[in-house]
Design a protein around this ligand. Structure first.
Ligand code: GLU
Length: 297
């Protein structure tokens, strides 16, 4: 829990620094085409025997990646510039490059939390990178590479809210908003007396928080820090994190060849991981180290 603890302790500084960095404004530094070349190389002559997903990618001549696009700092689509940015997006691009595919051969598909397993099962996406926690129940339906990041669940409240200070402070009078199908909404239902409200996306919850229709938004602190940074005068992240969320790359169940391939890229690419982290989350003041990958089963 060391990493999540650090995240919790530095949340305030993170929000301030991210606000300064203008993480959601499509600043030049977040333009992948300018910076990706320096962070990783596009591989050539890649072969992954026994990976049905890689076979599909090769015959399509492109990689289809499932992502989030309303989570600044992690997976974000700038509505003005059309640029995608964030830690998850760069991890997704790095994995595509390791397969031999550059930005212009990537098709991104936004897939909400509740629809990730089905999108992977249907083959609508070749793989998924979007704050996707590795869990035993999801492992019944999809396989995971990674983890590539560890964070923990937190709470986002109005800046003038002094009554909600952490998970234990939630009461039956509080309404907490989160995304359908997430580990976050489930944990609030399982562990607290609070009422819940659900949407497809966390950004809808944030709108409700700003208009006073819910008392808190809950999900991974790494996500909440990005929202607080967009509106630091009105929003704040409170309390210690109360779970461990280990982000994996979701892929077709049983494609162990691709899972092992991605794991090797992650394990051998410590410097690239660090550069991607610094670029997207480093300015926030959050410190984290790359987690070891799980053995592929
Ligand atoms: N990491 C959690 C999950 O996978 C919450 C964030 C999300 O919904 O993407 O359920």
């Amino acid at each position: 829990m060391r990493i999540t603890r650090i995240l919790a302790l530095t949340a305030g500084a993170a929000v301030a620094a991210l606000a300064l960095a203008g993480c959601n404004s499509g600043t030049p530094g977040s333009d992948s085409s300018e910076s990706s070349g320096a962070l990783w190389e596009v591989a050539t002559d890649v072969s992954i025997p026994d990976s049905p997903t890689f076979e599909r990618i090769q015959s399509a001549g492109k990689v289809v990646i499932g992502v989030k696009e309303d989570q600044p700092g992690l997976g974000y689509l700038d509505p003005v510039t059309g640029e995608r940015s964030g830690f998850d997006i760069d991890i997704a691009r790095w994995m595509a490059a390791s397969l031999g595919y550059d930005e212009d051969q990537i098709e991104y598909k936004a897939v909400a939390s509740a629809n990730r397993e089905q999108a992977i099962i249907n083959g609508d996406v070749d793989y998924y990178v979007g704050t996707y926690s590795i869990t035993d129940s999801r492992k019944q339906q999809v396989s995971f590479a990674g983890p590539y990041f560890v964070t923990g669940q937190g709470l986002l409240v109005a800046a003038d809210n002094d009554s909600i200070t952490g998970e234990d402070s939630l009461t039956a009078d509080d309404t907490v908003c989160s995304a359908t199908g997430s580990t976050s909404i489930q944990r609030i239902k399982d562990e607290t007396p609070a009422q819940t409200k659900e949407y497809d996306t966390y950004s809808q919850c944030v709108e409700d928080l700003k208009s006073g229709q819910v008392d808190a938004v809950t999900t991974d602190e790494a996500i909440l820090i990005g929202y607080a940074a967009q509106d630091p005068d009105n929003l704040k992240v409170v309390g210690d994190v109360f779970s461990e969320e280990r982000y994996g790359i979701g892929l077709t169940l049983g494609d162990t060849a691709l899972a092992q391939f991605f794991d090797d890229v992650l394990t051998d690419g410590g410097d690239t991981w660090q550069a991607i982290f610094e670029k997207n989350l480093g300015a926030s003041g959050v410190t984290a180290t790359q987690p070891d990958v799980d053995p592929v089963s």
